[in-house]
Design a protein around this ligand. Sequence first.
Ligand SMILES: [Zn+2]
Length: 334
Amino acid sequence: MIRYVDMLRRDAKMFPPLLTSVQPGASRPFVSTDAVDRASDEYARLVLDAGARISLSAYDKGSLCEDIICAVRQSTSRLVDRHTADMIGNTLLDALHRSSSFLSAIAFGIVNGHARVGEISYRNQYEMNDECAERYGDIQSLTLSDIHNFVPDHSCICPISEAAEDSGGRPFVSFGVAPDEQSIEFPSWQEGLIHEVIHHVTGGSDPHQDAEFRLGPVEIIARKVADEMGWQIPHFAGYAASEREAHLRRRDLSALCQSAERYEGDPSDFFERLDVLSNGTLASPFTDEIVGATPTPSNSTSGVSTHWQSHGQCPSVESLHLDHRPPYIFHFRG
Ligand SMILES: [Zn+2]
């Protein structure tokens, strides 16, 4: 089982090197004997250079969009709220349309046998530290007042941020709930989501040692995507920089507070759902479907993406209108 853990205080897992290089002029890169450490910053350049030489057809891109939509839709019983589902879908689709680096990373992954972006499902899983569990009980016992009183550097609850595989070998991303679109935390949340997806599609790892003061290939690519997308995020010199960790703690706690405040039902239902999801159990899916959802067969000619076809009804990408400006059109609500 592959597991890329981004949780604070957890050690990054080491991965064997991937043997990959690019042959100039070749339509597809192929494997060489040059060992490249997937946790090295050099790996980011290799991924982006190799991916840029792979051209995906319009059909392929359309199929990737359909796959992403389906993957998000099928994740709703593992996500806290519709807003989070919407924002995951929009962030990925927007990046697919506007970020050449994101497209390069995805193309690299397809050719080199890594996870395909449309195969990745999404979860909101959180955990409480033991000390807090004694004081507050489990997640479902928390209240709005509790989480508002938490201090980011000593928050009792934090999201499990990781790119991993389930027991069946299917890739998933666990990440925090989405903050409000207009919040200062939103661009950072988008970049963090892309970071986890980049783990899967490139097979890249974070720096092995916390003491290494560098970003690592996954964060380098994610920040390049953010730059191309115009997401305003603070600069950090290293993956394990204390400033970066403090920023992530503030962002994640603030996002959780925003999500709890957005919740339209009884706040206790919010924490109950969060508890269920955090235990790895399926919650009830959102009942509304995507606007204009109509099943349409994929016409992909290169076999890049057929995942959605085995998962039943999914929308035609033509039924979606993406204008890349909020408010987004892609919604899970009716
Ligand atoms: Zn990571």
